[in-house]
Design a protein around this ligand. Sequence first.
Ligand SMILES: C[S@@+](CC[C@H](N)C(=O)[O-])C[C@H]1O[C@@H](n2cnc3c(N)ncnc32)[C@H](O)[C@@H]1O
Ligand SMILES: [Zn+2]
Length: 288
Amino acid sequence: MLESSLEFLRCVKCGAKLELDTFSFGKEIQEGLLECKKCKLEFPIIQKIPILWDDFSKYLSSRRILGGKLYKLTHSAKLKSFVKKSLTSKDNDRTNLEEKWAIVYQNSRISKFYSTIKKNLDSLPSSKFVLEHGCSIGIMTSHLANSCDHVFGIDRSFSAIQIAKKQFKPNLDYFVADSLSPVFGKLQFDLVLALNVLEIIEPQVLLKLISKQITKGYFTISDPYDFDRGHASVKNPIDASSLRTNLKNLGFKVSNSTKKPSFIPWNLKLNPRTSINYKVDLVIAQKS
Ligand SMILES: C[S@@+](CC[C@H](N)C(=O)[O-])C[C@H]1O[C@@H](n2cnc3c(N)ncnc32)[C@H](O)[C@@H]1O
Ligand SMILES: [Zn+2]
């Protein structure tokens, strides 16, 4: 974590500012604890990655394998005991799934989808504050850091953020966090991205939250609308038309070039013999 990110972070439970206890650092904070003095919650920073979850035990309860790995990866005694005491119950483990998908995204970086989105983003004015929800391995976040002032990415997958963090840029930082939690308090962004996350993060709730993060600025959103995911499906799916209506109702103007639904190829290479070929819709909306 960049030390400079501290001023923008808030406790995801009570919204208070966080204090930083650093155990080791180089160019960035390598290991440490972020502490909320108000509600006493603590958030670990492991391998430069802050995990901003309101209940770290719960985060690890569905990622026990990750818990073991984090325990091994930590060096300071205080952090080791923090991870250890958070390793309690067990649910279905997400670690392998998240590791697998992080590798899929890494192997799928060269897709028409990413070059098309980059081209669209490059045509927007340069932004001061940028946030990407569900940034995964940071393909877009990292690209935006070449032209914008402060760029942040959040994702619930530690494995994905671990890959994203391999690339250092002094104005780019990543956090393991739930998009629906108030990681940045009331901070306003000039550009927010939510690419291909609507099947996983309840769409209406996410749109409302992002609308509150933008007073004046751009919102870039894409999706293949692949909502049929059995018990893991979101409650209220959305389609190309209701997405645009929702955005208008929230005070956004949809750009002329994305008024009509698009079908941008997004090729995900699952393994050498299997790919998913989505056709993704893109909307660029603006509040001015
Ligand atoms: C389908 S992937 C899309 C990744 C990337 N945006 C892209 O288009 O290449 C969805 C991402 O959202 C993340 N995610 C899912 N639910 C989340 C949540 N509640 N908060 C933050 N990230 C979440 C997943 O870990 C995953 O990396
Ligand atoms: Zn707090």
